[in-house]
Design a binder for this molecule. Structure first.
Ligand code: CU
Length: 254
């Protein structure tokens, strides 16, 4: 990272509202969960981490025990046992049980994320090569959202993530998100909201989110869609109801 970029990165960290997380260089973990779906995904991830750690410890322990217990010096005449019915049943049923324990909350979460019955507003995202168009069907608003080029970035703005026209939504309101495309496959993905929906031409995919804290949440197209796939970011701006109403008014009059 050059010093200019480093300073820009530091400014961007300081200028971000504390609640809205952004990706950081060398990041391994998730961004802070900002929606009920992402909270569910983080919870599921933690549960899986506990299960896989237990399995890894058990298998490594068993392996170490077998290496020690059945070493050549202790077993000059090796055992020729080839079957053990109880063991066969146990190592078939135990993984099935583990998969069921993982599968049930996983399916519940999938259904939870796929649809919302009562939404306060609807936003439709339409993928294009290489930008997003947003439609507010109830408000009859329609606008394009293009990435801000490196040369036009202001101090504090994030490279490859900032757009000229962000999605604007009020805090605490349930938003139904409809995703589609007008050319090739794209994918509407915002990590801190736990959303990744394919944008498929001729098809409407649905998901939803509700963000309590004001701030800007960033995402990117996540389906390889052509040469400028990496240059069609997504920005969701969460503002107060009053600010949102003012924005609606200004959009309608423009
Ligand atoms: Cu893409």
């Amino acid at each position: 990272m050059s010093s200019a970029n480093g300073i820009r990165y530091l400014i961007s960290l300081l200028s971000q509202p504390a609640c809205a997380d952004v990706p950081h260089p060398w990041q391994i973990g998730f961004q802070t969960a900002a929606s009920p779906i992402m909270e569910g995904i983080a919870e599921m991830h933690h549960m899986l981490l506990i299960i896989i750690t237990c399995i890894a410890v058990l298998v490594t322990g068993l392996l170490a025990f077998v290496l020690w217990r059945f070493r050549a010096s202790r077993n000059p005449i090796p055992s020729n046992t080839s079957h053990h019915t109880l063991l066969e049943v146990a190592w078939t049923l135990l993984p099935v049980l583990i998969l069921v324990v993982i599968g049930i909350p996983s399916l519940k979460l999938m259904f939870f994320a796929s649809k919302i019955e009562h939404a306060d507003l609807t936003v439709k995202a339409i993928g294009h090569q290489w930008y997003w168009t947003y439609d507010y069907p109830e408000e009859k608003i329609h606008f394009d959202s293009l990435m801000i080029e490196d040369k036009d970035l202001k101090p504090g703005q994030l490279r490859l993530l900032e757009v000229d026209n962000a999605i604007m939504v009020p805090a605490g309101k349930t938003v139904r998100m409809i995703v589609t495309s007008e050319d090739v496959l794209h994918s509407f993905a915002v990590p801190s909201l736990g959303i990744k929906k394919d944008a498929v031409p001729g098809r409407l995919n649905e998901t939803w989110f509700r963000i309590e804290k004001e701030g800007t949440y960033y995402g990117q197209c996540s389906e390889l869609c052509g040469v400028k796939h990496g240059f069609m970011p997504i920005a969701v701006k969460v503002v107060s109801q009053q600010h949102y109403d003012e924005w609606l008014k200004s959009k309608k009059s423009s």
